[in-house]
Design a protein around this ligand. Structure first.
Ligand code: JFZ
Length: 445
């Protein structure tokens, strides 16, 4: 320990990467489905005939909708097409190993019948517990379920953005007790939940309550041993978020990569800790928005490249879906799931359980390395018109052979052109999806 360390009561609870089974499983998942679902799915970005381009889940704020009006959307929440088993099948085919669902977003509406509020599915015409159905259906497909929870709450009367008076302090204390109870309820009633994904923690009120974030992390880990908590929950004694005042990551993994990825050349420091990036398909829409012409919509290959990029740097990639108010998925999302799923069906082994390979990035694409193996994957997005793929290996790493993953018998020519520099010869051809080349290697002198 450095003696310059600042004494903290509510800083990081441990240091370094967790190595227990639960964390190893979380890390091996690599690809997850994020689902933003709530009352905002009903208006879908349109209020009184006007389309708002800003994030659909922020419509209440963008269109200045009074709380009573917004909250009464609850009486319209009746997703007749919702079929948890079908959602889980789609997710399975897409190749995700975990799913993170918004139990409560900023609007405060709860997708489970919480005993601490009436503002939940229980009070809607739909009535049934959405979380229970999703947990059962996804778990039955072998997919882990994680819970997103917004601490920020536009519905609860005791929520405060800041604490500026003794009254604020009293009210906000009641709010924090409420949220703590809800979180304990979630961890208790859904014992297979693998992780909590906190959001809405950026306001001064939360930053001034680092102790609460510390206690929530502790409580969840006591109620649900092995459970994983993202860095976004946490603030320390001085209101420092994600990382404490000594630079230690708080929670179990870094959740700051939102709609952006670390640079594969200059940001390799991220490979030293666990992290996850979350990504929208349009530019900034998490909840269902009726009109996707308001921004660029990412193509399946664009998203696939992000997934591979993330894996190549030792991170998890959480791809967001926004189901409609009826409970089904828009066609664009189904199509993306199909294209990515077809690729994952063939090449998923270059993603699941893979990690940073410790090698220099090359222009053709990304390396991923299967954990504890001598198997290196080259995922090639930019096929070379020269027919040559360059590979630079760290000292001591000797390439033995290379082949297309789907043509294992046919070895590709591997030429050593200098110490730790190779060229792999590939056919000059136009491919419409990224090819995966598997390379076997050994550690030489
Ligand atoms: C938050 C939410 O406001 C949004 O609706 C969505 O749920 C998303 C996953 O999280 O939005 C954020 C949070 C953090 C950053 C940006 C948007 N950030 O750290 O850059």
């Amino acid at each position: 320990k450095k003696n310059s360390a600042i004494p903290l009561q509510y800083g990081a609870q441990y240091s370094g990467k967790r190595t227990d089974d639960a964390m190893n499983k979380w890390r091996s998942n690599r690809f997850g489905q994020f689902i933003h679902w709530g009352l905002y799915a009903i208006p879908g970005g349109v209020w009184n005939g006007k389309t708002y381009n800003y994030a659909a889940e922020f419509l209440k704020a963008s269109a200045n909708v009074p709380s009573a009006t917004w909250d009464s959307l609850m009486y319209q929440f009746n997703p007749v097409k919702f079929d948890a088993k079908q959602w889980a099948k789609m997710a399975k085919k897409m190749g995700v190993k975990y799913m993170t669902i918004t139990t409560k977003h900023h609007e405060g509406f709860c997708l489970w019948p919480s005993k601490y509020t009436d503002f939940s599915v229980a009070g809607s015409p739909y009535k049934k517990d959405i979380l229970k159905q999703l947990v059962e259906a996804y778990n039955a497909e072998g997919i882990d379920v994680n819970f997103y929870y917004s601490v920020l709450d536009w519905h609860h009367p005791d929520w405060r953005n800041d604490i500026k008076s003794p009254q604020d302090s009293v009210a906000f204390k009641r709010y924090l007790d409420f949220a703590y109870n809800q979180l304990k309820e979630l961890a208790t009633n859904y014992p297979t939940v693998k992780a909590f994904w906190f959001d809405g923690t950026w306001d001064n009120s939360v930053k001034k309550n680092g102790k609460w974030t510390y206690e929530v992390e502790k409580m969840l880990k006591e109620v649900s041993p092995g459970v994983i908590v993202n860095s976004r929950l946490r603030a320390d004694d001085y209101g420092k978020r994600h990382k404490d005042s000594n630079g230690q990551l708080m929670g179990d993994y870094e959740s700051g990569y939102e709609r952006r990825l670390p640079d594969p050349v200059t940001d390799t420091a991220v490979t030293r800790w666990d992290w996850e990036a979350c990504m929208t398909i349009p530019e900034n829409q998490w909840g269902y928005h009726k009109d996707w012409t308001v921004s660029h919509v990412k193509s399946p290959l664009e998203l696939l490249e992000m997934l591979v990029h993330t894996t190549s740097m030792g991170g998890n990639f959480l791809l967001n879906f926004g189901p409609t108010g009826n409970g089904d998925f828009r066609k664009e999302e189904l199509d993306i799931a199909t294209v990515i799923g077809n690729w994952m069906g063939k090449y998923g082994d270059a993603i699941w359980n893979c990690d940073y390979a410790g090698m220099k990035k090359e222009d053709w694409g990304y390396y991923t390395k299967k954990k504890n193996s001598n198997q290196l994957n080259m995922v090639v997005f930019n096929w070379p018109s020269s027919g040559l793929l360059k590979v630079r290996t760290p000292r001591g790493m000797v390439l033995d052979k290379a082949s297309f993953v789907d043509a294992k018998g046919n070895a590709l020519k591997v030429e050593e052109i200098a110490d730790n520099q190779y060229l792999i010869q590939v056919p000059v051809k136009l491919y419409t999806s990224p090819q995966v080349i598997q390379v076997d290697f050994h550690q030489g002198a």
